[in-house]
Design a protein around this ligand. Structure first.
Ligand code: ATP
Ligand code: MG
Ligand code: MG
Length: 550
């Protein structure tokens, strides 16, 4: 995993090294809140934080930012670790929880009160909002702002002891109600909330706010560069204020970068959770989800995701990345390494009338033309085959180089066949195509040089293995699903198409997670959840058509 060295964050780090700002150290962290599964946007942050550390001989922590117990769960803690590891990153012995610091954060709050920099406020949440003012109007000071240190210490202690109901009081920083930055108008540092925490249980009934807990957690871990997304730019003065106010020995610096947005995708955990909970998808790892677990189950490789994160780079202004780039990355990766196989997704019977009955020929097929060292396999050929329905046309348009009455095509790795006649059912549908083959045209044989315009994939009917193919399309049918009233109205009703297909018999024992290129169809992965021996399930990772404009 590598990051391009020429991003603006690396420039900052180079400059810091020159001025010895952090005594030459580089220490980053990836700080997910365990309130959902990680998505491809998080992958960008993971690659960036771990990549910057690796590139500069530094360290990167995994820190669970678990200060909001009502939405958090160990299920998410576990999935986050699995996903970061799967992406190829290692936090070694540096996995931390903000909740481990609750005791110290409390002590720092007491210190702020002692220094006259924090006070207990009895205004309601609505009143606090009303008093805050607007961008054009200064705020109004809380009537509780000038409580004595002694009274604040007493009230804060009693908040902790559980004497007051949820929401009745908060601890606020005493900064400046006239600040042009709304975040500096006496922000809330602690709230009362009786909520079971997945690690600290019912030990606490007051919880620190993000803007207070985050800078202190960074400083406690001796982080040097605290990389976050752009929406926190306006919070940076508060980040710095907290560290200065407690006179912390370590002063990490916050650096903001543009979050990843992808077209045809939503990327907020709240929305992804809603899709899962309201069963628009089959779980967080549904292969249509932009989650790491969804991409993994779909068949994406960590290499392709890291390559994608490298290519999108790191910038200071928001933009929307074309999902075609992500697809391009997985195609490139799998083109180089995936085994080729033949699978017929929508079967049409072909009978080769001049091929002997009861005979099976084993034909040689290369496993990957990009990598001869991957060797060959054999595939059975016999009198009755399946081809794709769309590869036959009874009344073909011009330039239809596939099978049509009187027309010849090559069957990949096999022979040239010619269509002689069709068989139809009562409704006039073609149910079988009768052909003859030319025994002299065997692929690789002496007379294989005969040219025809089309080459089709196929499977032998008697030998093929029945399987389920799941074809995925974008989960949303508009580029920006967030535009408009409710993103859910933009869900694509045809995002999943389930087909009964036939695959070559060598795939009968395919292991879950194995990826193949099905010739002319796309890249497929054996589903890790639903596939069983005898009941194989293949997820289409991506089709072969690359729409990425380089
Ligand atoms: P969401 O808004 O989806 O809930 P979040 O930012 O609240 O995301 P966190 O768990 O707090 O989710 O994120 C952990 C880290 O990942 C943060 O540093 C955050 O900046 C980063 N991150 C989250 N989403 C993206 C994204 N789309 N692109 C880049 N980084 C992201
Ligand atoms: Mg967050
Ligand atoms: Mg969030």
């Amino acid at each position: 995993a590598s990051m391009p060295s020429s991003n603006f964050i690396q420039n900052i780090i180079d400059e810091d090294a020159r001025t010895n700002k952090h005594q030459g150290r580089v220490h980053t962290r990836f700080p997910p809140e365990p309130n959902g599964y990680l998505h491809i946007g998080h992958a960008k942050s993971i690659c960036l934080n771990f990549g910057i550390a690796a590139q500069n001989g530094g360290l990167c922590n995994l820190r669970f930012d678990d200060t909001n117990p009502s939405k958090e769960d160990v299920e998410y803690v576990d999935s986050i670790q699995e996903d970061v590891r799967w992406l190829g990153f290692d936090w070694q012995d540096r996995m931390f929880y903000a909740s481990d610091y609750f005791g110290r954060l409390y002590e720092y709050a007491v210190l702020l009160i002692r220094k006259g920099k924090a006070y207990v406020c009895d205004l309601s949440a609505q009143e606090i909002r009303d008093y805050r003012g607007t961008l054009t109007q200064p705020g109004q000071e809380s009537p509780y702002r000038n409580r004595s240190v002694a009274e604040n210490l007493d009230l804060f202690e009693r908040m902790r002891q559980g004497e007051f109901p949820d929401g009745s009081r908060v601890l606020r920083a005493k900064i400046d109600m006239a600040s042009p930055n709304l975040n500096m108008r006496d922000p809330v540092l602690y709230r009362i909330l009786r909520s079971h925490h997945h690690r600290t249980g019912n030990q606490w009934c007051i919880y620190p706010m993000y803007d207070y807990a985050h800078p202190l957690s960074d400083a406690i871990e001796k982080v040097t560069h605290s990389i976050c997304t752009l929406e926190f730019e306006d919070h940076r003065p508060l980040y710095d204020w907290v560290l200065a106010a407690v006179e912390h020995e370590y002063r990490p610096q916050q650096i903001e970068f543009a979050r990843l947005n992808l077209n045809y995708t939503v990327m907020s955990k709240r929305k992804l959770r809603e899709l899962v909970e309201q069963k628009y998808v089959n779980g967080w790892d549904d292969p249509r989800m932009p989650t790491i677990s969804g991409l993994r189950r779909r068949g994406y490789t960590p290499e392709a995701i890291r390559d994608f994160c490298d290519r999108i780079g790191v910038a200071k202004s928001n933009s929307i990345v074309d999902i075609a780039l992500l697809e391009h990355c997985i195609r490139e990766d799998l083109n180089a390494r995936a085994m080729r196989a033949m699978a017929v997704l929508r079967p049409l019977k072909v009978v080769i009338d001049n091929y002997p009955e009861g005979v099976t020929e084993e034909l040689a097929a290369e496993n990957n033309p990009e990598k001869p060292e991957m060797g060959n396999r054999t595939i059975p050929f016999s009198r009755e085959l399946f081809i794709e329905q769309e590869d036959f046309c009874e009344n073909p348009p011009k330039k239809f180089f596939r099978l049509a009455p009187g027309q010849e095509v090559r069957l990949k790795h096999a022979y040239i066949i010619k269509c002689e006649r069709v068989v139809k059912d009562g409704a006039g549908n073609v149910v079988a195509v009768h052909c003859t083959y030319d025994p002299d045209t065997k692929s690789g044989g002496a007379a294989s040089g005969k040219k025809v315009k089309g080459t089709l994939h196929w499977v032998s009917a008697a030998h093929a293995v029945k399987a389920e193919a799941r074809l995925y399309d974008n989960l949303f049918n508009v580029e920006n699903p967030d535009e408009g009233e409710d993103y859910k109205t933009n869900l694509n009703p045809n995002s999943l198409d389930v087909l009964q297909c036939f695959v070559e018999p060598g795939l009968a024992a395919a292991e879950p997670g194995t990826r193949y290129q099905f010739l002319r169809q796309g890249y497929f992965c054996v589903d890790t959840v639903d596939s069983r021996p005898g009941q194989l399930v293949f997820n289409r990772i991506v089709s072969l058509r690359d729409s990425w404009a380089k």
